[in-house]
Design a protein around this ligand. Sequence first.
Ligand SMILES: Nc1ncnc2c1ncn2[C@@H]1O[C@H](COP(=O)(O)OP(=O)(O)OP(=O)(O)O)[C@@H](O)[C@H]1O
Length: 243
Amino acid sequence: MEDAIAVRDLVVDRGGRRVLHGLSAVVPRGAVTGLLGPSGSGKTTLMRAVVGVQVVTAGTVTVLGRPAGSPELRHRVGYLTQAPSVYADLTVRENARYFAALHGRGRADADRAVADVGLARAAGQLVGTLSGGQRSRASLACALVAEPELVVLDEPTVGQDPVLRADLWAQFHAMAARGTTLLVSSHVMDEAARCDRLLLIREGRLIADDSPAAVRAAAGVDDLDEAFLRLIRAHQADQEDPS
Ligand SMILES: Nc1ncnc2c1ncn2[C@@H]1O[C@H](COP(=O)(O)OP(=O)(O)OP(=O)(O)O)[C@@H](O)[C@H]1O
């Protein structure tokens, strides 16, 4: 089956600096792919290119068989940005119902999405009065409300406690089992270990694209944190001494 996302030779410049340097990668359908890399390595920029809001200098990004950003992808792709994008002066339920309506969905879809992110009890609360972690889950509910085929989540578990993080990851895998494709960025290694596949980027270049087990094997260590450090150092050494 065709991949959900195919990125070819993608070059992106931001603020006069090259941020992605001819990056190529694919994301398979119906799986959870983790996007990992040091802060500033280009994860958010790559996600922006996938959802079609990033100006690109060169290369192509194909999403569900269409060029990224095509109007027909609007209801098929969900995007959770790092900064929660919900209305502070509406309740959680009102926000979810508003986003549901934008996608032609009903109240039942909105209420299900709110329950799925563990906010059923706070559904009647104004978003402006929620904690940071609750607010980002409200934003997640709005990103998932239309049950998109592809879900792009930029650090969805920041600020969540361990129980909620485990619940959210269980939900991501349940979605993948139903055929949804998820691309999830994270800084947390126990989350990387939960992914079916990992894309590791450093300074705008892909340095690993494999399962967690294969990444561990390539680095020759069991600990994924250590494996990433080794891959990053090896990549750094290659760049400093390409001979
Ligand atoms: N609006 C912008 N204008 C100019 N440069 C930007 C802008 N946003 C990001 N950048 C630069 O692009 C590079 C990649 O940033 P990006 O946000 O994609 O990284 P990231 O891997 O998602 O980082 P983090 O893990 O900290 O969120 C960084 O060097 C950053 O300074």
